[in-house]
Design a protein around this ligand. Structure first.
Ligand SMILES: Cc1cc2nc3c(=O)[nH]c(=O)nc-3n(C[C@H](O)[C@H](O)[C@H](O)COP(=O)(O)OP(=O)(O)OC[C@H]3O[C@@H](n4cnc5c(N)ncnc54)[C@H](O)[C@@H]3O)c2cc1C
Length: 386
């Protein structure tokens, strides 16, 4: 957070949670980043440690083992993670996305079965929509499931799945084949939760090698004749597409929160660096270009903060609409990438060296404009609502 500005939604309780989260990330995660970046996933023990401290699934009610918090608790944890860890740990998908699908569309029995372990960090969640041939156009997915007695049989290949290596519970988007009712809408998407431990016909690919976010677990997943009990379906048959669309504002909000924190951090790091670095006998910060660039970046960071705070409050009050969430996602990730590019330039050659956080932040940022719905899709959503 910028030092001379405090978000209006912040309370003492949320600040206390942030302090716990920050200390935990600094102590338990930051030293592990080189190892996690090398192996390309975060160790399972870290999830369990985070669970013990109450940093997972804050929105889960007490009856399912959670702390009964709200989206502000999730945002507070996300902000601290973004600040300390850069990107890497798939908690936003686990706690901010998968948990909500189960809470909102799952049955009471499913909530009881999965949520307590997700809160503990012993059951890691993922959501698998994207396929090699279908990303932006979710309706084009080729993954199929057919019903066979009390089971669904899934045939699908999914790619770019966050937490793919470690996930125990994967919500898979498929289209249902219905031989008894050929007139049924073949596009109807259904969500089925695959419990990785019990699923024959399920396999994971090796972690994908990305240009940034190296500690983030991103994988291909293969379901070939994968049998899953009918009781693992989330929501009704054919209800998957509206469910996916309903959940998008929250997913996009969380991505945008990350974008703002990274933007603010980039400005802070670059201010500190340019005040230290000497060029032509004086601090780099004293060059007019540096001052102007940083003045612009600081202004963008402040405008970004004000916009995200508006969206956070709107979402906490249940009134963040699709259009505004799309505006936040495209614009704030765009600002993040622009500011990071400017900041790297001010670091000179050091800005291109991996050991400098600004360089890693630059590489990590690029995908923000692509996932969670590409920014061009965000503009389509906004334009449709104009
Ligand atoms: C690190 C990472 C993590 C991810 N995690 C997950 C995950 O956990 N679960 C999951 O299901 N998916 C995940 N994804 C997938 C991600 O959501 C998709 O990559 C994204 O939706 C874009 O789909 P695509 O890659 O198939 O690109 P395409 O759909 O092929 O699009 C390519 C480009 O074409 C342009 N474009 C596409 N459609 C339009 C249009 N209508 N108008 C104008 N331009 C258009 C856009 O510029 C877009 O960037 C992840 C991806 C990455 C890289």
């Amino acid at each position: 957070m910028a030092t001379d500005y405090a978000s209006e939604w912040m309370t003492d309780e949320l600040q206390a949670l942030r302090d716990v989260a920050r200390r935990f990330f600094e102590r338990e995660a930051a030293p592990q980043m080189p190892k996690w970046s090398e192996q390309r996933f975060v160790d399972r023990e870290f999830w369990v440690k985070a669970g013990r401290l109450g940093l997972l699934c804050p929105t889960v009610p007490e009856e399912y083992g959670g702390p009964g918090g709200n989206i502000l608790h999730q945002v507070a944890i996300t902000e601290e993670q973004s600040h300390v860890l850069e990107k890497g740990w798939g908690n936003n998908v686990h706690s901010g996305v998968v948990t909500d699908y189960i809470l909102r569309y799952g049955s009471k029995e499913q909530c009881q079965r999965w949520l307590p372990s997700m809160v503990e960090g012993t059951l890691i969640g993922a959501i698998a929509m994207t396929e090699p041939g279908a990303g932006s156009d979710v309706r084009a997915i080729a993954g199929r499931a057919r019903r066979d007695g009390d089971e669904y049989v899934i045939d699908a290949t999914k790619t770019f799945i966050t937490n793919g290596q470690t996930a125990d519970l994967i919500i898979v988007a498929v289209k249902l084949e219905n031989p008894r009712d050929p007139a049924a809408d073949p596009r109807a998407i259904t969500l089925i939760a695959v419990e990785a431990d019990n699923a024959g016909g399920f396999a994971r690919g090796a972690p994908l090698r990305k240009i940034g976010q190296h500690a983030a677990d991103t994988s291909e997943l293969f379901f070939h004749g994968c049998r899953v009990p009918v009781g693992n379906r989330i929501g009704d048959e054919g209800s998957g597409f509206p469910a996916l669309m309903n959940q998008m504002p929250q997913e996009r909000l969380i991505l945008a929160v990350n974008a703002v924190v990274q933007t603010e951090k980039a400005v802070q790091l670059t201010l500190a660096y340019t005040k230290e670095r000497k060029v032509f006998g004086k601090p780099l910060f004293d060059q007019q270009n540096t001052r102007f660039v940083l003045a612009e970046c600081a202004t963008l960071a402040r405008a970004a903060r004000l916009f995200i705070d508006h969206c956070i409050v709107a979402h906490a009050q249940g009134r963040l609409d699709n259009k505004t969430a799309a505006m936040a996602k495209w614009w704030l990730t765009d600002v993040q990438c622009h500011v990071l590019d400017e900041c790297v330039q001010l670091f000179g050659g050091y800005g291109y060296m991996e050991e400098y956080p600004i360089a890693r932040m630059y590489a990590d940022s690029r995908v923000q404009k692509i996932y969670g719905g590409a920014n061009e899709i965000m503009k389509e959503i906004i334009a449709r609502a104009l």
